[in-house]
Ligand binder design. Structure first.
Ligand SMILES: Nc1ncnc2c1ncn2[C@@H]1O[C@H](COP(=O)(O)OP(=O)(O)OP(=O)(O)O)[C@@H](O)[C@H]1O
Length: 351
């Protein structure tokens, strides 16, 4: 199915994909490293295989494939996969996001301008406003939008039929999607954290594209500190490259990787400053918890959503933090990781 991949470039990042806090250069650097075709996409074997079947079947039938929902923590490749889906189908991609759509009318305008076979990527789909969500159900199921003309008692809805298209929704929080919306997706793929050897492959591929000499042992070191996340692996690779060019001899060796990661305060387990602040607040300020998400977020000076979607999935996966109905708790490994003495068993939930 795939043709030769187009050369990597930084021209494919739509403006509306701007992530709060990510600066222009970071986005351009990220875009340059995005895989363009399914065969270049490293790891996530199950989702890749399933998606490849969905796409091939649609191509064979000459029809738009079912709508696709991609879920998983940030930086694992949801946006990349949406772009790949469009590329594999030979279709153009339209990009929007839940927060960008303020009113149902905004979504109606996007939907009514779609052309046959186009792929509409809706990032952070769980953040769509309720009226827009309802409009989307109908559009996805019946390929129709009801355009409301007039106001109040005199208002009437004029049905406008839409050409077949495919919605690719991405969410970091699939649990927040209402069931009727979730049910409109014919295929749901959950992206999971990457294994270290998969991240090493991501890094080797990126080093090739960046034309930097990355040694195998350095790739393994960076991979093991990348929290199972390609976005972080690529970011750390660029920081190690900076270190090697400025303070080293330009080669990305194991010692260059270790020295650079120390400068950037990424510890041997991959925890960064935010992760450590969360652990420190949990252990030191709240005596190990349980503590509510909002209180914890205030204590570390972050938005609850950032703590919940950026730091927490990794900390939970690493067995450092536990989620209980009464709030977040520090697991015994958290105290060990911070070099603190574990509290007496009677004082903790997990003692
Ligand atoms: N499977 C992969 N193989 C190679 N590189 C990958 C892979 N997945 C992600 N990447 C790299 O990681 C970066 C981040 O991926 P992407 O933007 O697709 O993540 P995302 O899941 O959409 O994140 P967010 O939810 O924050 O938007 C990309 O620029 C890409 O270079």
């Amino acid at each position: 199915m795939p043709e030769a991949p187009p050369p990597a470039g930084d021209d494919a990042v739509p403006e509306s994909l701007v992530r709060a806090g990510a600066d222009e250069l970071e986005r351009a650097a990220e875009a340059a490293l995005r895989p363009r075709r399914l065969e270049e996409f490293v790891g996530q074997r199950v989702v890749r295989d399933q998606l490849s079947l969905v796409l091939q079947a649609a191509l064979n039938r000459g029809r738009a494939p079912d709508h696709v929902l991609l879920s998983g923590p940030p930086g694992l490749g949801k946006t990349t996969l949406a772009m790949i889906i469009a590329a594999e189908l030979g279709a153009s991609l339209r990009v929007t996001s839940g927060p960008a759509i303020q009113h149902a009318g905004d979504l109606a305008a996007v939907l009514s301008s779609l052309e046959e076979g186009e792929v509409l990527f809706i990032d952070e789909i769980h953040r769509l406003a309720r009226p827009a969500e309802e409009l989307l159900y109908v559009a996805m199921e019946d390929f129709r939008v009801d355009v409301v003309v007039g106001k109040g008692a005199g208002a009437s809805a004029i049905p406008l039929s839409l050409p077949p298209f495919t919605v690719v929704g991405a969410t970091t929080r699939a649990g927040l999607l209402p069931a009727p919306l979730r049910d409109r997706f014919g295929f749901t793929g959950h992206l999971d954290f990457y294994a270290d050897d998969e991240l090493e492959r991501v890094l080797m591929r990126s080093a090739g594209l960046l034309d930097v000499p990355l040694e195998g042992r350095a790739a393994a070191e960076i991979a093991s500190r990348s929290r199972g996340t390609p976005r972080i692996a690529n970011r750390l690779l660029r920081r190690v490259r900076d270190w090697a060019e400025v303070r080293g001899d330009g080669r990305l060796t194991l010692s260059a990787a270790r020295a650079a990661l120390e400068v950037y305060e990424v510890d041997e387990r991959g925890l960064d400053r935010l992760d450590r602040s969360v652990l420190q607040a949990l252990c030191l300020r709240f005596g190990g918890g349980p503590v509510g998400l909002t209180t914890l977020a205030v204590a570390v000076g972050e938005e609850p959503e950032t703590v919940e979607t950026v730091a927490e999935p990794f900390l939970v996966r690493e067995g450092l933090v536990g989620r209980t109905p009464r709030g977040r708790v520090a697991m015994p490994a958290a105290w060990d990781h911070l070099g603190l003495e574990r509290p007496a068993p009677a004082d903790t939930l997990f003692g």
